[in-house]
Design a protein around this ligand. Structure first.
Ligand code: AMP
Length: 614
């Protein structure tokens, strides 16, 4: 193996990286640094975060800058603000001893004026998100004419986020004579296309096998019923008392719900998703970085660019719709030579996706068995004992209190005292798991039964309130019996608009002017998406998640269907109209809001049984 010195790295940089603890180059650095130090060399690299790629492109960028010239010479494009800041910080730390080198991160969501001011002060390396950079280029505050090194980091993510056009516009302004390097965690047809368009004779570097999940990551799945996913998550968190993990959910709503439940159940958790303000997101990320948070529940998009090296686990609360996202998720653990575990908590309906992911990561998941209550209690007990052993006692400060402490506890034997101290923490788990049910492992048969049961609306909780059966989400539909809509029309509407596997539909409640229907939780988002694009009887269909008790919908789908003004207005505000009708006769909206439809007397299964009786 070569040393950094042998790769041609300059003394100033050697100094800085040795202070950072870099002793040997990582494989991507060995492959890329000498090549990029030369002229006219393009590289396309399949390498994930954690492989040392930032130093691989950052070091040659720094070294090729002429610090005497006070204009931009190198450009790094990255998909998110967080990643930009991370890369800029890394480059600054490698160039700590390079005098007069200026690096600037420019990204959307913060003051463009201050970025313009900084640019004027003579920046040589720009790390930017495509949208903001284009904005700055259009304002003529940044010129591309002297850029001789371009890096596209997480190119696949930039394309996923819809930056293709911005990239094309930016790259059109960069001189043809340049080194260009593209990093991507996956090689899709679109990435190959960009590479073909912008790179010349690019050297292709693959760190690890193509499209392979990180080597140091173990992949485990736990198969549970949809209704048990949260319980399974809690068991996993409890079994690893020192867990430091990101829990990925598929939607903002689910992210918030799971985080809320974890917080309520006493876990050190918080949420990160796009409904939070930038300031809130920053605060959560910072708390997580400094480990004041153990569990971060996040959406894929919001977690992008959050650079944390030593996650013990990545937890997939269900599998992502986009299989490639799994690679990104699991690549967040097992970094920098450490080992990590990527856990997927799934139900039977996700098996197919699991197999597809196995193909992409070229690795098999092992099937995990959830720890029993006893195993968890044992682990927690050991943790408490460990904590007692390790706690730092501040002799000086505690001294003054000791006499009264001793006096108060003097009647306890050493054994009693130990039991009590340990129980302070331990009782929570003991109590919870003493009577906890075994979490059932589903089979084909039980999964089918569950679906049928929900269809019949047999669930007690569903009967008691308007909440959906476990594992199902209750959706609002802006068509009812007055539109000639009956259960078969609802099913037909779904089937007509859903490509591929049809969702599992549960109970259907038909009212005069609108209806509710349940679909399997994991299908809810795709059903909302598909149906909101559709029309029925010449009118736009509006489908939203119905919330449990108030009869209000949570508005998650409100951006679609705006054209259907009257109905959407009813729907996006309270279901209850402002005034009762003059006749005193209530319409569906009023009756629903006043709780008259809590029993499923309009539901499909009752209708069927009535028919049968005839
Ligand atoms: P990256 O893939 O750029 O996100 O880097 C992953 C982690 O590895 C970062 O924390 C780097 O600081 C660290 N790192 C990069 N190169 C080396 C090296 N040669 N030796 C030790 N650590 C490194």
């Amino acid at each position: 193996m070569m040393s950094f010195e042998e790769l041609g790295v300059s003394d100033e940089i050697l100094f800085a990286i040795s202070e950072l603890g870099f002793e040997q180059p990582m494989p991507v650095q060995e492959a890329v640094i000498p090549y990029l130090l030369g002229n006219g060399n393009d590289v396309v690299a399949l390498a994930q975060t954690g492989t040392g790629k930032t130093a691989a492109f950052g070091i040659p960028l720094i070294q090729r800058v002429d610090v005497k010239k006070r204009f931009p010479q190198a450009l790094v494009l990255a998909p998110t603000r967080e990643l930009c800041l991370q890369i800029a910080d890394d480059i600054k730390s490698y160039s700590k001893y390079v005098q007069r080198l200026k690096v600037l991160a420019v990204y959307g969501g913060s003051s463009i004026e201050s970025q313009m001011k900084s640019l004027k002060s003579g920046v040589q390396i720009i790390v930017a998100t495509p949208g903001r950079l284009l904005d700055l280029m259009n304002r003529k505050t940044v010129k591309m004419e002297n850029i001789h090194n371009v890096v596209l980091d997480e190119a696949d993510e930039m394309l996923n986020m819809g930056f293709e056009e911005s990239l094309n516009n930016i790259l059109a302004e960069v001189p043809a004579e340049r080194n260009m390097m593209m990093f991507s965690a996956t090689m899709s047809a679109e990435i190959a296309e960009i590479a073909k368009k912008y790179l010349n004779n690019a050297k292709e570097i693959v760190i690890g096998a193509k499209n392979e999940g990180t080597k140091n990551v173990k992949h485990i799945y736990y198969m549970v019923h949809a209704k048990d996913k949260y319980l399974a998550l809690k068991r996993i968190a409890d079994y690893y008392p020192k867990i430091y993990a990101i829990i990925f959910c598929r939607t903002r709503r689910e992210t918030q719900e799971i985080a809320d439940m974890l917080i309520k159940d006493g876990y050190n958790a918080d949420s990160l998703h796009g409904d939070l303000s930038q300031a809130q997101r920053d605060a959560v990320m910072q708390k997580f970085r400094i480990r004041h948070l153990q569990l971060l529940v996040a959406t894929d998009v919001a977690a992008r660019g959050l650079d944390v090296d030593d996650l013990t686990h990545v937890i997939n609360y269900g599998l992502p719709d986009d299989i490639e996202s799994y690679t990104h998720r699991s690549g967040r653990t097992g970094r920098a030579g450490k080992t990590g575990t990527s856990i997927a908590i799934i139900n039977m309906r996700e098996r197919g996706k699991l197999r597809e992911i196995e193909k992409v990561i070229a690795k098999e998941f092992s099937c995990g068995t959830l720890p029993s209550g006893r195993q968890i209690c044992e682990k927690q007990l050991i943790k408490v004992i460990d904590d007692v052993e390790r706690v730092l006692v501040n002799e000086e400060e505690i001294e003054a209190f000791l006499p009264s402490i001793y006096r108060k506890l003097e009647w306890l034997s050493k054994e009693d005292l130990i039991k009590r101290v340990v129980s302070i923490e331990f009782n929570r788990f003991l109590e919870y798991y003493r009577d906890a049910d075994v979490i059932d492992v589903p089979t084909e048969k039980t999964a089918a039964k569950e679906c049928k049961k929900a269809k019949r609306g047999e669930s007690d909780s569903a009967k008691k309130s308007r909440s959906a059966a476990p594992g199902f989400t209750r959706l609002f539909l802006n068509f009812g019996k007055a539109d000639g809509f009956y259960a078969n029309h609802v099913i037909e509407l779904i089937n007509r608009n859903m490509k591929g596997a049809k969702p599992c539909v549960g109970k259907i409640d038909l009212l005069r002017e609108f209806s509710f229907f349940e679909v399997a939780e994991e299908d809810a988002d795709s059903v909302i998406k598909a149906l909101n694009k559709s029309f029925a009887n010449g009118r736009r269909v509006v489908v939203e998640v119905a919330s449990e008790n108030t009869g209000k919908s949570d508005n998650s789908g409100k951006k679609d269907g705006r054209k259907n003004k009257k109905r959407v207005k009813d729907n996006s505000e309270d279901f209850a109209p402002k005034k009762k009708r003059k006749s005193g006769k209530k319409n569906d909206w009023q009756r629903f809001f006043e709780g008259e439809f809590s029993e499923p007397d309009n539901s499909l299964w009752v209708k069927k049984s009535k028919k049968r009786r005839k």
